[in-house]
Design a protein around this ligand. Structure first.
Ligand SMILES: Cc1cc2nc3c(=O)[nH]c(=O)nc-3n(C[C@H](O)[C@H](O)[C@H](O)COP(=O)(O)OP(=O)(O)OC[C@H]3O[C@@H](n4cnc5c(N)ncnc54)[C@H](O)[C@@H]3O)c2cc1C
Length: 540
């Protein structure tokens, strides 16, 4: 059977916030663009993460969304301050229809290979459906939190009960009733899922490696007046979002936590704790993420809350985190710590009772076996670089990305990689990605990519590529900014510490205003740091 071939101007991988907007924009240039995603629906990671309790945590309010269209803002009603996964998925499906995107999106279509052909200046893609695709440009909107991390625990495949990964949750409802459930992992997904599972299951064993700070979400419905006000003020709100460090319409605080007396600090933290949301970390003091002493004031406040909430002193002690707050993804919770007061919940502290193996019947730790009917792997993602490395595109000379990034990943602007012409990433390493309002970050990067492609095509250029060496300078800039903060000091999925064998490198550009300013200057200077090749006219 002859293989199907499709010729595109731009192939886009991923149908989440980034890929769908890239499609909309590239179509606007008159390009033939098409999206491939291996998920069963549009929505990207929101199509996969259907685990109970999955919600948006940052930014709260109606700000986790596309910002580019006032009409869209007017049409969509977010029901709650912390929208749940079904709401976000419904929103992204609405967007797909609203902008007529579906006719250019193939679902259940994993891209299994991507190779740059220097003789044609085009990318050649293999799709799991058997289709072959050639495209001048390749936009990888493959997701920073989409490559599920299945832990390498001896015996995992032997478990005879039900086993689910939070990042690959089944589409059909999972029934916990009457079951003994074990959950491995207490990161964001675990903390969100644990209270919901505990309410439904007969028994829940939580296998914890690292205790977490979690802040009450205090999720609530929006009232109509607030909704109306948001719509009316959207242009001003959007302008503010474009200017702030985290992409929110709230001013970035500048005051030091050490300028206030302990009583003043306590009162401010308490006010934010009662209000809920991540404002306690991002809206109080300007030096919480850069000064260890300032950071410790908030750590101590949250630890005290944990001690007061969890009734059993030994369990409370085991739940106390001991690293700077915020240096692992800060989590919003709904009754997470209260859940440990339930009679059907047990905490297994893996620091002094590690997992030995998974058996057919359950989890065996050093102290004995925990019999289970269901195992939930809340073990997160191979974050930020994982999806690109799994795709492993081959650039000039057939060089795989895994080779280019062996020992150290490097990019230019977090958007491109030398040796990989005409390839762009959304939420790539060394961009603001996971420490920014991600839909807004995706929007801004997609717009830059659109403008770059338009400029290249206007000039009859066949290939554009980051110049060798610019990536080293870029990497230094990203590291220098990170080193002024507490982030790189903690083992976390940010630093790659959750993946055995992954090298330690901090992957986020922490100065978003500086980052987006630099993108603008690079474009204004005619794409400085890039080299271009004239278009080769290939017959046919
Ligand atoms: C539970 C959860 C809660 C979150 N909460 C927040 C939040 O509160 N605030 C925030 O800013 N961010 C949050 N995020 C991060 C979230 O990843 C981003 O906000 C946003 O959805 C990313 O969109 P994206 O388009 O960049 O990528 P994604 O939505 O991750 O989409 C990438 C898609 O690419 C597909 N793909 C990858 N490789 C291939 C391949 N080779 N072939 C075909 N398809 C491929 C994947 O299957 C996936 O569907 C959360 C993430 C999760 C999982």
């Amino acid at each position: 059977m002859a293989e199907a071939q499709r010729h595109l101007d731009a192939a886009i991988i991923g149908a989440g916030f980034g890929g769908m907007y890239a499609l909309h924009l590239l179509r606007g240039l008159g390009l033939k663009a098409h999206v491939y995603d291996d998920a069963s629906s549009v929505g990207g990671t929101w199509s996969w993460n259907r685990y109970p309790g999955a919600r948006v945590d940052f930014p709260g309010g109606p700000y986790y969304c596309y910002t580019f269209s006032q009409e869209l803002v007017n049409e969509w009603d977010w029901p709650e301050t912390q929208p749940d996964q079904p709401s976000v998925l419904a929103y992204l499906n609405y967007v797909a229809d609203r902008f007529d995107l579906r006719r250019d999106i193939d679902l259940r279509a994993r891209v299994t290979g991507a190779r740059y052909d220097e003789s044609t200046q085009r990318w050649q893609l293999d799709i799991a459906t058997g289709e072959r695709v050639s495209a001048q440009f390749l936009v990888c909107a493959t997701g920073a939190l989409s490559a599920a991390n299945r832990p390498n625990i001896p015996g995992l495949d032997r478990f005879a009960g039900e086993c689910y990964h939070t990042g690959k949750w089944p589409q059909q409802p999972v029934d916990f009733a009457g079951k003994r459930v074990g959950i491995i992992g207490t990161g964001s997904s675990g903390v969100q899922a644990i209270p919901v599972i505990a309410r439904a299951a007969a028994q829940l064993s939580v296998f914890q490696r690292t205790p977490q700070y979690a802040i009450p979400a205090r999720n609530r419905p929006f009232d109509a007046a607030f909704r109306q006000q948001t719509r009316e003020q959207w242009p001003q709100l959007r302008t503010m979002m474009l200017e702030t460090l985290a992409g929110t319409p709230f001013p970035t605080p500048t005051r030091s936590a050490l300028d206030d007396s302990p009583q003043q600090r306590e009162a401010l933290y308490e006010e934010h704790w009662q209000r809920g949301g991540l404002g306690i970390a991002f809206g109080t003091y300007g030096d919480l993420m850069s000064n260890a002493e300032a950071n410790e004031t908030l750590c101590a406040f949250v630890r005290e809350k944990i001690r007061r909430t969890v009734r059993d002193p030994d369990t409370a002690r085991r739940l106390l985190p001991n690293y700077p707050i915020g240096t692992k993804r800060l989590i919003l919770d709904e009754d997470y710590f209260e859940t440990y007061n339930r009679a059907n919940v047990t905490l297994v502290d893996l620091r002094d009772d590690p997992i030995v193996e998974i058996t057919e019947r359950g989890v065996r730790t050093e102290r004995g076996e925990h019999p289970l009917d269901m195992l939930v792997l809340a073990t997160g993602f191979d974050a930020i670089t994982g999806s690109m490395l799994r795709l492993n595109p081959r650039g000039r000379g057939g060089r795989p990305l895994a080779d280019a990034w062996a020992g150290r990943f490097s990019t230019y602007l977090g958007l491109t990689v030398p040796g990989f012409p005409n390839l762009f990433m959304i939420h790539g390493p060394e961009s603001p990605s996971v420490l920014y309002n991600m839909p807004l970050g995706a929007e801004r990067q997609a717009e830059w990519i659109r403008d770059c492609i338009a400029a290249v095509r206007d000039r009859g250029v066949g290939a554009i590529e980051a110049t060798p060496g610019v990536d080293a300078d870029w990497g230094r800039t990203v590291a220098e900014i990170a080193d002024q903060t507490l982030f790189p000091r903690t083992d976390s999925w940010y630093t790659g510490a959750n993946i055995p064998g992954k090298h330690r490198q901090f992957p986020v550009h922490l100065d978003a205003p500086g980052y987006f300013g630099r993108l603008r200057r690079v474009a204004d200077a005619g794409y400085s740091g890039f080299s271009v090749e004239p278009s080769i006219d290939v017959p046919g």
